[in-house]
Design a protein around this ligand. Structure first.
Ligand code: ADP
Length: 383
């Protein structure tokens, strides 16, 4: 954690023995002492280090402590560093220094009383730690706010796309109803009904996905787990996505072991997961590409891999595509009315099975690989 990083303090004195004495006095765990023998050396150190406190000897040959302090106040990086001036005596308190408004300033007289210096320094170290903690919390809040802003933008564009997606089939359905009311030939009526049927199927898929997502995020989906063989799940998934694979004229290959891999899983939901990945592979691969489905058992997990030779996913988008409504801008033309819900749902369904999903892609137009891991049935492992 950043709050546990060592805290630097700076000692500036032209006499080595003073530096050593002050260091011995203040050094403790979690602190790093930076020593400078002149004002110039101190300014150099301040260019490259964050410092919680500077102890400046007032009387130094060349640049004295007050001059150094004024340079520090004129420098953006160093201007807020608290300063303790070490003075030779009361007469030395000329207070030529003018930078009080920028940061804390204190004086300590030689001979130094160890307890007083230690407690003064401890106050500044504590303040520094607190400021670091506040900065850490501010960064965390900023990250959370960014994620919320992103989710908000997703929701806005989702609503726009949803409205658009709903308007087309609804308009087509009402047009179809209007036509069916007319006196049409049986063939023409059948043709219109087939088209209306396709629209209704598309609409109900959309609504089902939306309902699923909202149910999962509210914890309302319960899996109907049973002991099943992975091969059967994969068969169902292949059947469900055969149409998209054919439509894309893709070469489809499988590498599935003939020995059963047993799972404790919800057949329908897991088939939905794999079918979704296969459909995406088909959608985001230009016609005539290759889509592969493979499975294996490793370390108590069933691994299901869907690979394609398609448009690929840029590295910066890879962690984001599992977020709801996330779509890669350049892929929108290929989304076929998708709304960026599928992978969010897939991820949630996989998690409900106690599994995980990851994506790999070397980048644009270099294909993608999605790997799902689901724990194997414990009884099957013993068998
Ligand atoms: P969509 O309905 O848009 O397909 P998904 O949640 O299924 O939504 O996928 C989210 C986004 O991830 C897609 O819009 C697409 O940009 C990207 N994506 C998903 N699968 C692939 C893939 N196999 N190849 C390239 N990009 C993909």
């Amino acid at each position: 954690m950043s709050a546990e990083k060592p805290i630097n303090f700076l000692l500036v004195d032209d006499l080595e023995e003073n530096l050593l004495a002050l260091e011995a006095l203040l050094q403790r765990e979690g602190l790093t002492c930076l020593k400078a023998r002149s004002g110039e050396e101190a300014l150099e150190l301040l260019l490259t280090h964050d410092v919680a406190l500077a102890l400046l000897d007032v009387q130094m040959p060349g640049m004295d402590g007050f001059e150094l302090a004024e340079f520090m106040r004129g420098n953006e990086r160093a201007r807020h560093i608290p300063i303790i001036f070490v003075t030779a005596g009361a007469a030395d308190k000329q207070r030529r220094f003018r930078g009080y408004e920028a940061g804390a300033v204190d004086f300590i007289q030689k001979p130094i009383e160890a307890d007083i210096l230690r407690s003064k320094a401890a106050v500044f170290f504590d303040l520094y730690r607190q400021r670091q903690e506040i900065e850490r919390q501010r960064d965390e809040l900023e990250t959370a706010a960014q994620a919320l802003r992103r989710a908000d933008r997703h929701k806005d564009s989702f609503l726009a796309v949803l409205a658009h997606e709903l308007r087309n089939p609804v308009a087509a359905l009402s047009g179809g109803l209007h036509l069916l009311a007319k006196d049409l030939s049986p063939e023409r009526s059948q043709d219109i009904r087939t088209r209306m049927d396709r629209m209704v199927t598309h609409l109900s898929h959309l609504v089902d996905d939306l309902l699923d997502v909202s149910r999962v995020s509210q914890g309302k989906i319960s899996l109907k787990k049973e002991r099943i063989a992975l091969n059967e799940v994969l068969q169902s998934a292949i059947e469900a996505s055969q149409h998209s694979l054919d439509a894309g004229c893709h070469r489809f290959t499988t590498d599935i072991p003939s020995d059963a891999i047993w799972l404790e899983a919800d057949h329908t939901r897991l088939a939905q997961v794999v079918a979704n990945l296969l459909n995406n592979a088909a959608k985001y691969t230009p016609a005539g590409g290759t889509v592969s489905l493979s499975a294996l058992a490793r370390d108590g997990m069933a691994e299901i891999t869907v690979t394609d030779t398609g448009v690929g996913i840029a590295p910066e988008m890879q962690p984001r595509i599992f977020e709801i409504f996330a779509q890669v801008e350049d892929h929108l033309a290929k989304a076929q009315g998708g709304l960026g819900i599928g992978l969010a749902l897939v991820k949630q369904l996989v998690a409900l099975h106690g599994g995980s999903i990851e994506v790999e892609s070397a980048g644009q137009n270099l294909g993608s690989t999605f790997r799902v891991k689901i724990p194997m049935s414990a009884t099957a492992l013993e068998a």
